[in-house]
Design a protein around this ligand. Structure first.
Ligand code: 13P
Length: 249
């Protein structure tokens, strides 16, 4: 049984003051989570201070991005070494907004994932097809390529720290969630592809989250699917009441 993971991706939202206030309230509200993991991914500017607030709680901290090198002349970038240093546990890697808006390739995403595991960070590795790709019935081809390229050269030990997130691009921020059966179909496929790479046993331990217009109305039906092990939540994670309801689905 994989422990459910509910992760909040705040994207480019919240000042430090807002992030800290949210973290303090959510920590009180959620208390001892026991049977589920909660992860919040504030913007870089708020990471250190949110880390302080949640350090003695069950909530884990994620960064929204990372560079693949440990240090060097990369103006404006943040490394896995730096994120581990401030108490981050997870990093979102391969989000479609980074792939599409910032031109991140499968190869770069793979280097980032390798760097994460080197510094003891768990990558939340995002994959997903665009609407034209789905319409052209290329969903499985795209996902298989993203998984194979993104997870290249990971050892059996490395893969155990990976969390995967299926985020169909057409469902992100659109209010159009994938139907639970649509999500299940792709999640099962992802597990199958990982099985081909790493052997059948390992993928059964890897959480595969669904992301794309998740809210407290649809979370239960998504979580009822056998291969949906959690959610990566954007818009609905920005409001304390909404996010609490999603976590307590
Ligand atoms: P929304 O929940 O706003 O659709 O965003 C999903 C997402 O991109 C999470 O990473």
């Amino acid at each position: 049984m994989i422990k459910p993971v509910i992760a909040a991706n705040w994207k480019m939202h919240k000042t430090v003051r807002e992030a800290v206030a949210f973290a303090a309230v959510i920590k009180e509200k959620l208390g001892n989570l026991g049977d589920r993991s909660v992860v919040i991914a504030p913007p870089f500017t708020a990471l250190s201070q949110v880390a302080e607030i949640i350090k003695d709680s069950m909530i884990d901290l994620a960064a929204q991005n990372v560079h693949d090198k440990a240090e060097g002349p990369y103006t404006g970038e943040i490394s896995g070494k730096m994120l581990a240093d401030i108490g981050c546990n997870y990093v979102i890697v391969g989000h479609s907004e980074r792939r599409i808006l910032f031109g991140e390739t499968d190869g770069f995403i793979n280097s980032k994932i390798l760097s994460c595991v080197q510094f003891g960070l768990k990558p939340i590795f995002c994959v997903g097809e665009t609407l034209p790709e789905r319409k052209a019935e290329k969903t499985f081809i795209v996902i298989e390529r993203q998984i194979k390229e993104g997870l290249k050269n990971l050892s059996d030990g490395d893969i155990r720290s990976v969390v995967c997130a299926y985020e169909p691009v057409w469902a992100i921020g659109t209010g159009q969630t994938a139907a639970p059966q649509q999500a299940q179909e792709v999640h099962a496929f992802i597990r199958g592809v990982m099985g081909k790479i790493f052997g059948r046993k390992i993928p059964n331990t890897i959480p595969i989250l669904y992301g794309g217009s998740v809210n407290h109305h649809n979370i239960r039906s998504l979580m009822a699917q056998p291969d949906v092990n959690g959610a990566l939540v954007g818009g609905a994670s920005l409001d304390i009441e909404n996010f609490t309801k999603v976590v307590q689905f």
